[in-house]
Design a protein around this ligand. Sequence first.
Ligand code: CTP
Length: 412
Amino acid sequence: MNPRGDRRPRVVVGVGGGIAAYKSCEVIRRLADADVTVVPTEAALKFVGQATFEALSGNPVHSGVFTDVPAVNHVRTGQQADLVVIAPATADLMARAAAGRADDLLTSTLLVTRAPVIFAPAMHTEMWTHPATQANVATLRSRGAIVIPPAVGRLTGPDSGPGRLPEPEHIVELALTVLNRPDALPYDLAGRRVVITAGGTREELDPVRFLGNRSSGRQGFALALVAAARGAEVTLIAANVALPTPPGVRLVPVTDARSLQAAVVAEAATADVVVMAAAVADFRPANRQESKIKKVGDLEPDALALVRNPDILAGLVADRRGAVPLIVGFAAETGDENADVMTYAREKLRRKGCDLLVVNRVDGGRAFEVADNAAVILDSDGGATDVPFGPKTLLAAALWDAVAARGTGGPG
Ligand code: CTP
C-alpha cells in the first residue's frame, strides 16, 4: 500500500514570515514519523530561530540558495520531497509561488518539486479576501496545489475573522492523507453546499443524566475537513463533539435527536449533499424529569419507559423533491448467524432509500473512538467501493469521490 516501501516519507515544511510561524513548530512535531526538512523564508527566521527548526526536525535548515552550495539544495530539496507543506502560507509567499519566482530556497523548492504541495494560509482578513490573493490562490489551485481554507477567529492584534492558520492537527491530518493518497484532495467540490452530521445524540433523563452512545464525531469531522479542503461550502451539525472545528467549516451544535433533526431539515433545504454520519439514538426517555431523579430509601427504581425518536434519514428521503439533495447514510453493522454484514447493509440501503450508504464494520469494537476505520461504500446504482482499514480522512476522501461521481441524488 505504501508506494515508498519502508522508507520514511520526506516532507518539506516551508515556513512563511508571519506570526503564525510559531505554530509551524507544532506541525513539524506532529510529523515526527516523517523525514522533515524545514525551509523557512528569511522573514520566518525573524519569528522562529533556525536552531528551533533544526532541533525539531533533526535536519539542517537553510533559507537562502547560497549556503551549502555543493549540496545543490535549491534543486535537491524539491526533487526529493514526497510532499511540501507550507505553514503558514503568507499572502506574499503565495504571490511569489503563483508568479513562479525562485528568489529564495523555499520558492526554488516549490518550482522544482513535482510532489503534492499543501498551502495553509495565515494572514489578515483584508489580505486574504483581496482580489490579488484570491487570484493567486485560484492560480495555485489550477496548477494542482492544495490550498486549505484559513480558519476563522482571533488574528494578530484585536482583529478577528477568516485568516487564522488552520490548527496544526488539521494541517497534519491533511498532510498524512495526501502522503497516503496523493490524489485525495482535488478541488472538485467548489460550489457544492454540503451538510454533515457528526457525533452522538444525548437523550436527557433529567437535568444531569442522559442516554448517550460512544460516537466521538471523528468520522463526521474528517468528512468536513476533507470536503472543505476540496472546495465545498460545509455546514457541520455536531452532537456533543469535543473536537476543534475544521478550517472553512460552519459548526451548528446540537444535543438530542430532535434538535439534530430540526437543524438538518433547516440546512437540507439549500444543500446539494446531506451526509448523516451522526449516531442518532433510536429511543429517548418517555418522560424527561424536570429535577434530578432521587433515590427513595432502598426501593428499586421504576423501569425506564422509552419512546421512538424520529428516523431523520428516512424523513429526509421521504421529503426529497426532485433530484437534490444527494443523501448519504452511515450504517454500523455486524454479521450474525443468519446473514453476513454486506447482506444486512444492502438491505438497509434499500430500506432507507438513500443514494449512498457507508457501511462501517464494527466487529470487535472498531470504528468508535479510534482514528482508523474500514468500510464499504454502497451506491443505490448497485456499485460498491471497498475502503481498506486506514485513517478516517481516507474514508472521507473515498466518499467525496463517490459523491463527485454521482452528481445529484434521488430518483430524478
Ligand atoms: N439515523 C437517523 N435517525 C435515527 C437513527 C439513525 O437518521 N433515528 C441514521 C444514522 O445517522 C445513519 C443511518 O440512519 O446514517 C443508519 O443508522 P443505524 O443506527 O445503523 O441504522 P438503523 O436504521 O437504526 O438500523 P438498526 O439500528 O436496526 O441497525
